[in-house]
Design a protein around this ligand. Structure first.
Ligand SMILES: Cc1cc2nc3c(=O)[nH]c(=O)nc-3n(C[C@H](O)[C@H](O)[C@H](O)COP(=O)(O)O)c2cc1C
Length: 242
């Protein structure tokens, strides 16, 4: 069913290649982060099915690092309450792993600000409207109220390369979701208070919290889902050295 080769039998190889290329290009370009969902549940079995597809991501030495923890019911309530409580109390974030450069070089800072402005602008939250921005940020810790909440973890002994491997699998999952008409948003903010995540989910100290993932059917009327972020020109990040 999920085999890309399962095209109509009368299609020539060229037609099949063309369909595959157009499908892939549209899928990649059409995905964007979804931060508001409708209540419609994700059909039973889809998460397993999507992970079966995402697991084909390559990984160094085929280590296939990382785990996806689906968080539901009481565990989800406990987790979100703990994270929101920490955020409201002003607890300084302390991720298990380093993400952004500190200080952020100006060229990157501009991209970061542009993405934030696109989101808060769509929500009508002015630059000095700290309460609106805080409320939006808090939604990270509730997985944007998505029907499916995943926590992504990795063995704490793994190095930077393994995070790259896991990222490929995560992107595969996001594209598998997009192919089904589902929206998703990776949530790095979830890694801000890893001790709280470990406590809420009963994870050991040897487990690093990488991020969260919200998944579900996008709310088509939500302004935050209409946000489209800019991308660098290829000429800006592809160099040829001879
Ligand atoms: C690993 C990772 C962590 C992210 N963390 C957050 C987050 O905590 N909160 C949020 O609203 N968006 C988060 N995002 C979404 C990014 O802001 C978004 O991917 C980026 O601005 C590009 O926009 P697009 O996904 O709509 O193309 C994250 C994305 C990735 C890949």
């Amino acid at each position: 069913m999920n085999d890309w080769l399962a095209f109509p039998v009368q299609a020539t190889m060229d037609e099949a290649d063309d369909m595959r290329l157009r499908g892939w290009a549209a899928l990649a370009a059409g995905r964007s982060s979804t931060r508001r969902f409708v209540e419609r549940p994700v059909p039973e079995g889809w998460i397993e099915e999507m992970l079966r597809e995402a697991r084909h991501a390559p990984s160094g030495a085929n280590l296939q690092p990382g785990e996806f923890i689906r968080v539901e019911a009481e565990a989800r309530r406990r987790l979100s309450e703990g994270l929101v409580g920490a955020y409201r109390s002003g607890l300084p974030p302390r991720e298990d792993y380093s993400y952004f450069p500190d200080p952020m070089p100006m060229i990157l800072r501009r991209r970061q600000v542009a993405a934030a402005q696109a989101l808060y602008g769509a929500l009508g939250a002015a630059r000095d409207d700290r309460e609106a921005r805080r409320a939006q940020f808090e939604r990270n810790f509730r997985f944007f109220d998505a029907p499916v909440a995943l926590v992504v973890t990795i063995d704490a002994r793994m190095g930077a390369g393994c995070y790259m491997d896991l990222g490929m699998c995560l992107y595969g999952l996001m594209l598998a979701a997009a192919a089904r008409g589902l929206g998703s948003c990776a949530i790095g903010a979830l890694a801000s208070y890893p001790g709280i995540v470990r406590d809420a989910l009963g994870l050991g100290e040897g487990v690093s919290v990488v991020c969260g993932l919200a998944l579900g059917h996008p709310d088509p009327a939500a302004p935050e889902n209409a946000v489209r972020t800019a991308r660098r020109e290829v000429a800006d990040f592809l160099r040829v050295v001879r």
